[in-house]
Design a protein around this ligand. Sequence first.
Ligand SMILES: [Zn+2]
Length: 446
Amino acid sequence: MLLIGNGKLFTRDEERPYLPDGAVVIDGDTVQEVGSLADMKAKYPAAEFVDARGQIILPGLINAHTHIYSGLARGLAITGNHPTNFLEVLEGTWWNIDRHLTLDGTRACAYATVLDCIRDGVTTIFDHHASFREIPGSLFAIQDVCREVGIRASLCYEVSERDGMEKCSEAIRENADFARWCREQDDGMIRAMFGGHALFTLSDRTFEKMVAANDGMTGFHIHVAEGMNDVYDSLRKYGCRPVNRLLYNGILGEKTLLGHCIHLSPAELDILRETGTMVVNNPESNMGNAVGCSPVLQMMQKGILVGMGTDAYTHDMLESLKVFLLIQRHNACLPNVGWCEAMEMLFQNNAKIAARFFQKPLGVLKPGAAADVIVMDYKPFTPFSEENLDGHMLFGMMGRNCRTTVINGKVVYRDREFVNLDEEAVNAWTMEQSKKLWGELNHRAY
Ligand SMILES: [Zn+2]
């Protein structure tokens, strides 16, 4: 048993949201009880104690959309790549990188991403992977790394026709093989979705094959109307808007997660609500790619479940929280919108999205929930309580305040050191793989 205590405990459980001197008791992979430190210590004297040293105890954070394949891109400049629009960003940067990713490259990307997530207090990720150089086995390679490091993950492969129909078929097969395997494992740490890139690189015939290969096993994870090119493509080639195309092709539903959804009409939003389809917003990525501002406030008013992701622009969910507030206020020209929605997306909605895939409740600390807990070393110098935690999160806390990360009842990161993982050795191997990838992209040695 594990007892994490001696801190301000925010449970995100409506019944008991805050304990000023709280403790979480973990039995195996599950939260056993939440209470005051004194009570829990008296009741569970033999439990191993993780001392929060008077700081902040929270449920682990969830990132509802990221891309492991971009894990080796930090600091990279590709010679001759000067994108002037979103499509050129994809072609010159991301598709270029993923066309060079071998299985070892994919593994290195996974280490880079997963370690950074854990440093930032992220305990569950929804990943959308592409490695068109070597597709078969790529999701299995990623899950090996996730399992070794100890993060919870939903994985999928990005089906696309952009590199021809043979690669497209391999991608469909990878999703189906992995989803089938996950269903057999059924262990609560790794889940599968069925990935698709975006409508403008997927024909109706391919959607048909995806639906057949998925055979109802899971939901789809796909980018929608991120750039206007996706909307024009649907209108020109199919005479309908993107969400209508997804509806006709049987892609929508309660287990389907749509990334971005920036350029959607009110009628398309109604379709998302009626089908119970989920949306994930990625504020920093949208600003970085200069693709526009997603109508998240309208979506949430309509009752669409909208979560928060990063699109791998960062792994810091608290950074994304801040940027979400800024982009929505800037877009609305109103300094008083977005606050409640920001908190709702990251905490309630990401937990609701996770609940559609993982058995135990995530993003909450209460009996029966998954034992994913973080300790943040935030030191307030103004009054701080359950009444204004949100304000401290929005304006003070960052992911790097995370000092200890517990996932599935295991301490994977304690006092900013990885437990049972040689970080230096992993970094050295990742660096080797980075140099190889960068060398191939730029035709020179690093
Ligand atoms: Zn994405």
